[in-house]
Design a protein around this ligand. Structure first.
Ligand SMILES: Nc1nc2c(ncn2[C@@H]2O[C@H](COP(=O)(O)OP(=O)(O)OP(=O)(O)O)[C@@H](O)[C@H]2O)c(=O)[nH]1
Ligand SMILES: [Zn+2]
Length: 199
């Protein structure tokens, strides 16, 4: 079985429930649910929400284990500027930005695409940025068992932009480091490489 199912494969039985609840919300904000433009909206909104939270149905460990290859390379591997879209668990509004991830292999490398896939598995859940950062960090650390792993996330939160404090330009940075990245020198090398424009 594939570690991640296509959206359509698991969505069918739960859509009805979520769709019904979106009808209630639309009526609750004072709209006419029978209006032409809104007739299909509960269905669309339910599908969109289930898409944005599909990470609950996916197994990030299997994703990584499916593409680990024996290799002696033991220098830093960095994937930077991985775009991410998540939902804050407090308001269910988007937060979005970039993840920068590095690891130092320990006998195994991993298929490069699997790292952004793991980011998406954890981002497509109700999250806070701090937990998202640690979820990714711990998953990579426990599964790849590398010599070190580093995760930095920079994100903007719609709940701070569209409403609430209404700050349009603030960016939140979170980070986590394990193994060799706990050493100042290695951590600095990583931070220098992700802030350079060379890629
Ligand atoms: N630490 C953290 N806080 C977040 C994240 N996303 C949203 N928040 C915050 O969650 C907090 C929820 O605070 P509450 O006071 O319960 O909610 P609220 O009345 O809507 O707060 P305001 O946004 O200040 O209007 C807010 O300060 C949000 O900015 C996140 O990823 N990490
Ligand atoms: Zn929020």
């Amino acid at each position: 079985m594939a570690p991640y199912k296509k959206f359509e494969e698991y969505n069918i039985e739960i859509t009805d429930d979520v769709r019904q609840n979106y009808s209630t919300i639309i009526e609750g904000v004072g709209e006419d649910i029978t209006r032409e433009g809104l007739v299909k909206t509960p269905e669309r909104a339910a599908k969109a929400m289930l898409y944005l939270t599909q990470g609950y149905q996916q197994d990030p460990v299997k994703i990584l284990q499916g593409a680990m290859f024996k290799e002696d390379y033991d220098d830093m591997v960095i994937i930077k500027d991985i775009e991410l879209y998540s939902l804050c668990e407090h308001h269910m509004l988007p937060f979005f930005g970039k993840a920068h991830i590095a690891y130092i292999p320990n006998g195994h490398i991993v298929g490069l695409s699997k790292i952004p896939r793991v980011v998406d598995v954890f981002a497509r859940r109700l999250q806070v940025q701090e937990r998202l950062t640690h979820d990714i960090l711990e998953c990579l650390n426990n599964t790849l068992k590398p010599k070190g792993v580093a995760v930095v996330i920079e994100a903007s939160h719609m709940c701070m932009m569209m409403r609430g404090v209404q700050k349009q330009n603030s960016v939140t940075t979170t980070s986590g480091f394990r193994g060799q990245f706990e050493k100042q020198e290695t951590r600095n090398e990583f931070l220098k490489l992700i802030s350079s424009n060379l890629s």
